[in-house]
Design a binder for this molecule. Sequence first.
Ligand code: SAM
Length: 769
Amino acid sequence: MPQEKDRKTPATPGSAPEADGGGRHEARALTVVGIGASAGGLEACRRLVTLLPVDPTVAFILIQHLDPTHESMMVALLAGHTAMPVRQAGDGMALEGGAIFVIPPGVYLGISDGALRVTAPTARHGARLPFDHLLHALAKACGARAVCVVLSGTGADGAQGLRSVHDAGGLVIAQDPSEAEYDGMPQSAIATGMVDLVLPLAQMPAALAEAARGGTAQRATRPAAAPQDAALAQIIALLRAETRHDFSLYKTGTLLRRLARRMAAADPDADPEADGGMAAYLERLRGDAQERDMLARDLLIHVTSFFRDPEVFEHLAASVAPELIAQTPPDRPLRIWVAGCSTGEEAYSLGMAFFEALATKPEAKVQILASDADPEAIAAAREGLYPEAAVAQLSPARLARFFVREDGGYRVIASLRDAVVFTVHDLLKDPPFSRIDLVSCRNVMIYLGHEAQARAVSLFHFALRPGGVLLLGASETAGPADGRFEPIDKLARLYRRVGRSRAGDVAFLLGDGARAPARLSAGQTPKRQDALGDLCRTALLDAYAPTAVLINRRFECLHFAGPTGRYLRIPSGAPSQDLLAIAPPAQRSRIRAAAQRAFETRALATVTGGTVGEGAGAESFSIEMRPVEVEGEALVLACFVAAPPPAMRASDAAGGPGRIAALERELDITRTELRGAIHTLETASEEQASVHAEALSVSEEYQSTNEELLASKEELQSLNEELTALNGQLQETLERHRTAAADLQNVLYSTDVATLCLDMDLRIRFFTP
Ligand SMILES: C[S@@+](CC[C@H](N)C(=O)[O-])C[C@H]1O[C@@H](n2cnc3c(N)ncnc32)[C@H](O)[C@@H]1O
């Protein structure tokens, strides 16, 4: 039994026997495939092992979530579907190619020194993640020869461990969620952005064979993902230069997946994973303008439909639309901006919803601006002609009211079409629209990185009127609570614009590639007269204007004019722009109070009684807080005005009327400061209250997440129970089969009739003596 002897030799992950053409065996690294499954996994595993060929260079370790209190039937259930030996893993068992090892119930399985390690789980029952445990160990033991396969299951076991496999240069495969009975585990894996291949079960054997041939090893020789990222960066740069699209701020994971899809569509034989695959495609892109456009379109992702998420539109129609309509004065239309409108379905859906809501106020008008970065999508939207499948989910009433049947589909009626203006517009490059009552930007920000998302949110804040409404997609939020938007309905992703626009909110738009505002256009060279005027103003300011600092509501210094060093001092430590930090300590509370007064009343507020210098060189000054407004943002100019102290008369010194008047003035100032301090305290306490409210809402979110987790745990437990029941049934059936077989055998032996039992290929399966 030489083969058996070979198999019993403890194999290190790193070497496995492989037959070459001459029948000799040479050592080739053992590829170890960790397969993880939970609910619905039994069927997926059964189908997968049926398809897997026997390959002595590949070992499989199967982690199926099992009820720890029952004996597992996995080995028996899988053994009949594969030619490979299926074994229940044991501690110290040698890992060998061409075999399947199944985790026993209630343990963790690891690998070290070429053998399996069985350990007791450290986590409590509900939180056990045996697949994560195996994958960490697998990555450590096998490096680039580790392969992770995530199959059907609820929860997220594997999502942590696959990062180790990915970082070690191994291959990560997830079952196509649309095929998985339970898509929780594959979806969680895909969400990490580290899954190399998303495949149906039928395509996995080929991918595993490729990995065993060295696909993964090749990946390991390069720093994980670095060349892929470098090629992606080059492709993005090429698209930026040659098309009007810049994808540098989009999520890398999404881009890589879409790129792989496009590469496969452009050349079915190309392998995006193979060395040089991306480089070859980059070369093709350089010379093929049509392919560049196709790729850009693919990366933009145009999935859309009429009334996508119907309950959101119902909520909008029931509460937000009537409120916006009531608020809109009769002399202007209600303005809606649909950003990233794709082929127009979302814009027309909003149009239909508002047309219906306007039934009680026919004189009111709605104007919809619908924009998208893709000119082809905009052209289709303008056409307003949709195939039957696209309008299938519309109610018959809406279809009859808003569409007319034509050859080739249904066309939007003229009045609805005329209410929508479609335009090509890049959210991240082009200047925003303004005076909008409702911005709807759904399922666009999910494809953007954090920076681009923050830009988009600033842009919507700028575009909306005060109190305007922002509608986002189901997986999107208006970002951290920084005072721009407050939620109207978190579930429906409806937010209200609060706070004022901030300086710099849309400043990024003036960066490269942006269309700058008209006032900066070429041809407006300043005339000589203007130059002289500027010179004169500068000279006057230098000679007579007081020293001043421009500050915003947060007391941040935005601009210094004149010799501010006389009144302010730079403290040691980290540089600070905070006016209160650089003002003389004695003046801080007065400055704060006066600035707050100026911000609130928008009127001049003065702080008197300041002194700089000592002895004869001492100089009194006052600070005048002048409210100013820049691009809609309220600012204050703090001017330091020198005020020579009035000469003190002898009577004043002795307590005469002059002295009394001075003391009264001082008292007035102190009273004002006190009022300011009280006001500051009140504001601080309001802020505290709002922080508290925010903390409460975060805590609510945690609570709801916790509830969801509890629900999934319950789901898992009930699945576990189902599995246990199934297990029981199977054991019973097996027992019955065994008894029936024994009875049959007894009958055959006792009849004394020579009997031959043959299989379909006429091979003898059984005979009586
Ligand atoms: C998945 S579709 C969403 C369509 C629609 N909003 C919906 O939810 O049904 C995303 C759309 O956003 C557009 N898009 C992506 N990036 C964009 C950008 N920077 N500026 C404008 N539109 C963009 C794409 O062209 C695509 O049509």
